[in-house]
Design a protein around this ligand. Structure first.
Ligand SMILES: *Cc1c(COP(=O)(O)O)cnc(C)c1O
Ligand code: SF4
Length: 343
């Protein structure tokens, strides 16, 4: 068995093992929450969270998950836009291809919380139908492989998927959405790098939420991916109590550029049942992003996106710098809040 698999099977599922890492928690409460929304995390991330309390709430169940009356089970209406199981076809030229529901950790704020840890049938018979769908829809240019985490598939399965997608002439872009490089970097081994580097160009968007996640191991994983020619981006979720703070975000965004990862998007948290305690006002989100623009490298600024439910899709939310218009003259504010007349 590969080293990463040996490590993965030692992941912690039973909350009774958590006192080895955390002492101050209410374990009776945690156990109760985990019965509805299973706890799961590999040992690397559990150890990291035990040393960095700022990211503890990424993985530790919280009793507010059970008290959430507002959230929706399927906030994005993905099941409605799914022509075959595994495919979400919402935008004209691209599809989301959900390959399984296995993850390196269960993020408590996950949009697909409803299926995490549940038995769902995936495998080549499902994938073949998805690939067939993509093949039959010539308008599909961009395939976003996600899940669950595609990088936790066996190398042979991952190869099977990418190889078959690459064979489809109209598919011009393959991207993988993953949390593995940031939450289980041991998986980024030489065999995986070699496999991926056979299919260039390939884009990988890595999910990050906090600068504490950028460890030496994560840096090495990202550098070896980009060293092999893979183009790396970051997807961040804006979360109350974790990163809804310009100072923390600034450190995260700059550290990402430091390890060769371009911040691509920052998502407003979806209205998922069991995650309301992570949600913040859109106004607050706008003001956080606004406070960064101009003050740090433009390369570091991701698009701030809200995914409209049910099924409305993603919309970029921006601060409005245009303050007035008279004829052909606009009143436009700069990043410092100074007003200019622009003809
Ligand atoms: C996010 C998403 C995509 C990709 O959107 P981009 O704006 O191109 O990054 C595609 N399909 C679905 C269903 C999505 O949710
Ligand atoms: S890695 Fe992604 S899909 Fe998996 S639990 Fe976290 S947010 Fe959800």
């Amino acid at each position: 068995m590969e080293k990463w698999k040996k490590e993965y099977v030692k992941s912690i599922r039973d909350t009774d093992n958590l006192p080895d890492y955390f002492s101050e928690l209410n374990f009776r409460e945690i156990r109760q929450v985990a019965e509805k929304y299973p706890f799961f995390a590999n040992r690397y991330y559990v150890e990291l969270a035990s040393k960095h309390p700022e990211i503890k709430s990424v993985i530790i169940p919280d009793k507010r998950e059970l008290e959430d009356e507002k959230g929706l089970e399927d906030p994005l209406g993905e099941e409605r836009d799914s022509p075959v199981p595994g495919i979400v076809h919402r935008y004209p030229d691209r599809v989301l291809f959900l390959v399984h529901n296995v993850c390196p950790i269960h993020c408590r704020y996950c949009t697909r919380k409803r299926i995490l840890g549940k038995k769902v049938n995936f495998g080549r018979h499902t994938w073949d139908k998805c690939i067939e769908y993509i093949k039959n829809h010539k308008e599909i240019f961009d395939v976003l492989i996600s899940g669950g985490d595609p990088l936790l598939l066996n190398n042979s399965d991952l190869k099977y998927l990418i190889e078959n997608l690459k064979k489809i002439k109209h598919v011009g872009l393959i991207r993988i959405g993953t949390r593995v490089p940031s939450a289980f970097p041991i998986r980024i081994d030489n065999d995986l790098i070699t496999l991926l580097s056979n299919f260039l160009p390939i884009y990988i968007n890595i999910h990050f939420v906090h600068p504490a996640e950028i460890t030496r191991e994560v840096e090495n994983a990202c550098l070896s991916l980009s060293g092999a020619g893979i183009i790396l981006g970051a997807q961040i979720v804006l979360l109350k109590g974790i990163n809804d703070d310009p100072g923390i975000l600034k450190v995260l965004l700059k550290k990402l550029l430091n390890i060769g990862v371009k911040p691509y998007a920052i998502f407003h948290p979806d209205n998922t049942k069991g995650t309301s305690h992570f949600r913040l006002d859109i106004e607050k989100g706008i003001s956080i992003i606004h406070s960064l623009r101009g003050y740090i490298s433009g390369m570091a600024i991701p698009h701030y996106m809200v995914d409209l439910y049910p099924g409305g899709g993603k919309v970029e939310i921006c601060y409005n710098y245009i303050k007035s218009r008279k004829g052909d003259t606009y009143g436009i504010e700069n990043y410092k809040g100074e007003l200019f007349e622009y003809r």
